[in-house]
Design a protein around this ligand. Structure first.
Ligand SMILES: [Zn+2]
Ligand SMILES: [Zn+2]
Length: 340
């Protein structure tokens, strides 16, 4: 089959590899679509680690075409994947935080993932229930959005997003815009999207933001939108430490800020500690999502047509390397490799 391998920073290529087969407990999926994540781009740039030679792609959807002995899966079923392999027995796993398991392995980084014609799903992942049934009527690239959407649900849950609560999103890239879509689904408002690029601000308005502005305008417009109080929930959907003061300024007393995006190694920023003490601002981080939010995402995705609007760049598998290079510029929003 054809698959995209990551060899070393700035070196990925579509190559011929042997077709995978299902051993005991394992499943093989024929892939329909796999999304390209900003973290994949960070691997490409050498900012985040992945195994040399691994087939990349952790945001995948496809159909079950081979079921190993004893694997709990149905031939022909359409599924999306929670790509996390974990032990199931450590304290994090027992508390539901499979994403924090110390022995976590993730498909597409540590083991072969979904930018390929087929992927072998390890037995442990099948047994954990990490193949989630998805309606075939949902477009393949939207089904493949299960993982990033679950990550965003984790972010907006942690900052208490909900009806009548003002939400500010710093960064109007693909994941910032998904925060907007999810925030609206949770009834939050008003919602402000802070983004330097005019084109992205326009998409945010199209998707229903109550306000958009540049980082320079954020403090004034944020005050205006919230009667001077600030935002209950602030999501930082951009991995630049320079954007942190904007997020901090937008938070009201008792407001919650989530650092959603990963930062380059060694990133640091100073902080007025009295914003935490006197104003009781909570500063949080999320990475990936606990499993129940994958389930919720699988139930919600088909009802959110705005997600497809965010997936602007689609590539056939043969051109998958271009999906990486295109993301280095700011052309378009989310990229996906669509196999059909
Ligand atoms: Zn992702
Ligand atoms: Zn564990």
């Amino acid at each position: 089959m054809k698959a995209l391998r990551f060899f070393e920073p700035r070196k990925v290529a579509v190559v011929d590899v042997p077709d995978p087969h299902a051993g005991p407990g394992e499943v093989v999926l024929k892939l329909h679509a796999t999304g390209l994540c900003n973290s994949d781009v960070r691997v490409y740039l050498g900012e985040k680690k992945a195994a040399a030679g691994v087939i990349t792609g952790h945001e995948m959807s496809g159909e079950v075409v081979e079921v190993g002995v004893g694997a709990n899966a149905r031939m022909g079923e359409t599924v999306a994947v929670c790509p996390i392999r974990c032990c199931g027995t450590c304290s994090f796993c027992r508390e539901g935080y499979r994403n924090r398991c110390p022995s976590r392995k993730t498909l597409g980084y540590d083991e072969d993932g979904g930018i390929a014609e087929y992927v072998r799903i390890p037995a442990q992942l099948v047994a954990l229930g990490h193949l989630l049934p998805m309606d075939r009527a949902i477009a393949p690239q939207v089904r493949a959005f299960l993982e990033p959407f679950a990550c965003v649900l984790n972010s907006i849950e942690e900052i208490g997003t909900g009806p009548g609560r003002a939400l500010a999103i710093v960064g109007g890239g693909p994941m910032g815009l998904v925060h907007l879509v999810a925030g609206k689904a949770y009834g939050a408002g008003p919602i402000l999207v802070v983004e330097p690029e005019a084109e992205r601000r326009a998409v945010a308005l199209e998707l229903g933001a109550d306000g958009v502005c540049t980082p320079e305008e954020a403090a004034a417009i944020g005050r205006d939108m919230t009667g001077g109080e600030g935002f209950h929930s602030v999501a930082m959907a951009v991995g630049f430490s320079d954007a942190f003061p904007t997020a901090l300024d937008l938070a009201r007393k008792l407001g919650r800020i989530n650092l959603f995006a990963g930062f380059p190694p060694g990133s640091a920023h100073s902080l007025d500690l009295n914003r935490v003490h006197y104003d009781e601002v909570r500063i949080l981080g999320t990475q990936n999502a606990p499993f129940h939010l994958y389930h919720r995402a699988s139930q919600m995705l088909g009802r959110l047509p705005a997600i497809d609007r965010i997936i602007t760049n689609k590539y056939p598998l043969a051109d998958a390397a271009e999906a990486y290079t295109a993301r280095l510029g700011k052309a378009g929003l989310k990229s996906a490799v669509v196999m059909g």
